[in-house]
Every structure is written in structure tokens, then in C-alpha cells.
Design a protein around this ligand. Structure first.
Ligand code: TRP
Length: 329
């Protein structure tokens, strides 16, 4: 770690609502883990956020364990980064209250998640309304400066910055202003039908599904009826995007030029893609399956992480309390 980066903390969270698909892996997990090499990082499972929509205890608990095994299998290194479950650090909810007292209701009414729920006629709960406050607390509690997120979360990180600014305007320079970091080239991962990969479109490839399921999914990627001999451009298609992300630049270039030449059908292309993806994922999947069996290890990993997170959170929270004159003279 270079000294200039030693104090620039990176933080990101992921909601615990089910297992991850390839779009989550390429768009969130992989880019987030790149930061580990150069910066102190915190990664956490946002189980408190899942409470706004998920009301099934078993699903929530399973999802936390699943995400824990997934992140570790994908390369999260707990000897470098802090990895924890949000609800194990109660300071998140305390800071949420403090932020809510310097935030106008109008600000929260503008948040996309809340607006969408209202527009779709859903009976939004207060948790969904204050979602951006809890997310801001997640970030501000660790003086995080860089927040790698998908494009859909950019507004929330900007809100965190605004809330920190409002807090500081009242109580002095207490909170660090964070910034969203969005990786342009992985912003949108297409799904099997070419639309954005999303659970709500039912077009996902689960990251750690069986090889059989992976094969079925890949062979169901929408392609046209160009005859075998004809030239085919893969750049920008779902098939091309997956190939590019799971192989080296050279291998991808070779593939796309062979496709352009003609003589290779979509069936061949899909088989090749399956081999490429499986070669990449199978060692991760094997490690994931092993970790997923060892529930005590997963729980211990998260509770050790929570202890380390708590240490940072406690000192920031003390600064915050002191500035307001609560729980501190
Ligand atoms: N809201 C984020 C999502 O839905 C998850 C999240 C919660 C988060 N707290 C965070 C992301 C803090 C970054 C920083 O994906």
C-alpha cells in the first residue's frame, strides 16, 4: 500500500436479497475488489437495508452467509480488507438518526427508490423513505472517501455527500465528504435477452449455478438467424460482452475476428463462450461450495470483521456525538 493512499478509505455495501448473478459480479464485486490492492477497504453486507423489502428471516440469514462465501470466493482478502455484516455494528443506526435531524423531508422525497415505489402505487414504509440516510450513515461512519457503486446508486452517494455537507454546516468540519466511483466500462451488463441483466427481467445467469444450468443459460442467449457461413459482429452483443469480460483481450480479439470471417455459427460461439466462462468461474465455484458448507467459519469471519469495523465506527461516532453535545460533554 502506498503512503498517499493509506488514509483514503474505500467502502461499498451490497444488499442481502438473494444470491449474485454474473451482472452483479462484473458490475460490483470485481471492480470493488480491485481497490484492495492499493487502498484500505471496507466491504459489508447491507442486511438492515434488506429489511425495507424482505420479511423472511431464513432468506435474510441464508443470503448473508451466501454473500459472505461469494465475496470470499471471489477474492476478498480479510487480511487486508474489513468485511462485516451491517447489523453487527449498531453505530450505523445511531448515525442515521443524527443525519435525519439535519435533512429536509424534500431531499428524501427526491430519491429514486422512494419515488419509483410511490409511482408504482406501492405502500412505501418509512425504512424505504430513509434508505438514503442509512446508506449515508454506512459511508460517513468510516470517513470513506471513495464509494464504488453501480450507476443506479450514484444518486444515493451524492445524497450522502449532501447530508455530510449539511451536517458540517451546522456542527463544523466533522464528516468527510465521499464520492461515488462508477466504472464506465462495466456499467451495463446485458442479460440473456440483451436488456440489462436484472432479476426483475428474469434474464440472469447466477454466478455459481451448476455447469448444466450455465450451459442451458448460455445456449438461451438471444441471437439472430444469420446463416453459418455469414460474417457475424459480436462486439456489443450479450455474447461478445460476456466473452470479453471472462477472457483475455487477445483471446477475445481472436474470437471476434473469427466470427467476422464467417463459417462459425452461433452454436459454436455459444459453446466457446461456455468453455471460457466455465474455465474462469469453476475454481471460484469450487471454493464457494467449500466455504458455503462451513457456516461457523463464515459467521466467525463476519464477526471478526464487525469488531474491526466497530473500532473505526466508534471513533468517528465519538467525534459526531461530541460535535452535537450528545452522549458527550
Ligand atoms: N444501496 C446499495 C444497493 O442497493 C447497497 C448499499 C447499502 C451501499 N449501503 C451502502 C452501497 C453504502 C455503497 C455504500 O446496492
Amino acid at each position: 500500500m502506498t503512503s498517499a493512499h493509506q488514509h483514503v478509505r474505500v467502502l461499498t455495501g451490497i444488499r442481502s436479497t438473494g444470491s449474485l448473478h454474473i451482472g452483479n459480479y462484473l458490475g460490483t464485486v470485481k471492480p470493488a475488489l480491485v481497490w484492495q490492492k492499493t487502498h484500505p477497504c471496507l466491504f459489508f453486507i447491507a442486511d438492515l437495508h434488506s429489511l425495507t423489502s424482505l420479511r423472511d428471516r431464513t432468506l435474510r440469514v441464508d443470503s448473508c452467509l451466501d454473500l459472505c462465501a461469494t465475496w470470499l470466493a471471489c477474492g476478498l482478502d480479510t487480511s487486508q480488507s474489513i468485511f462485516f455484516r451491517q447489523s453487527d455494528v449498531p453505530a450505523h443506526t445511531e448515525l442515521t438518526w443524527y443525519l435525519s435531524c439535519v435533512t429536509g423531508v424534500g431531499m428524501l422525497e427526491k430519491a429514486h427508490a422512494f419515488k419509483d415505489a410511490v409511482e408504482n402505487g406501492l405502500d412505501a414504509n418509512m425504512g424505504l423513505f430513509s434508505y438514503p440516510l442509512l446508506m449515508s450513515a454506512d459511508i460517513l461512519l468510516y470517513d470513506a472517501r471513495i464509494v464504488p457503486v453501480g450507476k443506479d446508486q450514484k444518486q444515493h452517494v451524492e445524497m450522502a455527500r449532501d447530508f455530510a455537507g449539511s451536517f458540517n454546516a451546522v456542527y463544523g468540519e466533522v464528516l468527510v465528504l465521499p464520492e461515488a466511483c462508477i466504472q464506465e466500462d462495466v456499467m451495463i451488463i446485458p442479460g440473456l435477452d440483451g436488456r440489462k441483466m436484472s432479476k426483475s427481467y428474469n434474464n440472469t445467469i447466477p454466478l455459481f449455478c451448476s455447469v448444466d444450468e450455465l450451459k442451458r443459460k448460455i445456449f438461451s442467449i438471444t441471437t439472430d438467424s444469420t446463416p453459418l457461413e455469414a460474417s457475424k459482429a459480436v462486439e456489443g452483443t450479450a455474447l461478445g460482452v460476456f466473452y470479453k469480460h471472462f477472457s483475455s483481450e487477445e483471446t477475445y480479439k481472436d474470437f471476434s475476428s473469427r466470427m467476422l470471417k464467417g463459417g462459425l455459427g452461433w452454436g459454436h460461439a455459444k459453446q466457446e463462450l461456455l468453455d471460457v466462462i466455465d474455465a474462469y468461474i469453476s475454481p471460484l465455484r469450487a471454493y464457494y461450495n467449500e466455504l458455503r458448507q462451513d457456516v461457523p467459519f463464515l459467521k466467525k469471519t463476519l464477526s471478526d470483521g464487525a469488531e474491526r469495523a466497530h473500532e473505526i465506527a466508534a471513533s468517528v461516532l465519538q467525534r459526531v456525538r461530541h460535535s452535537m453535545g450528545v452522549a458527550s460533554w
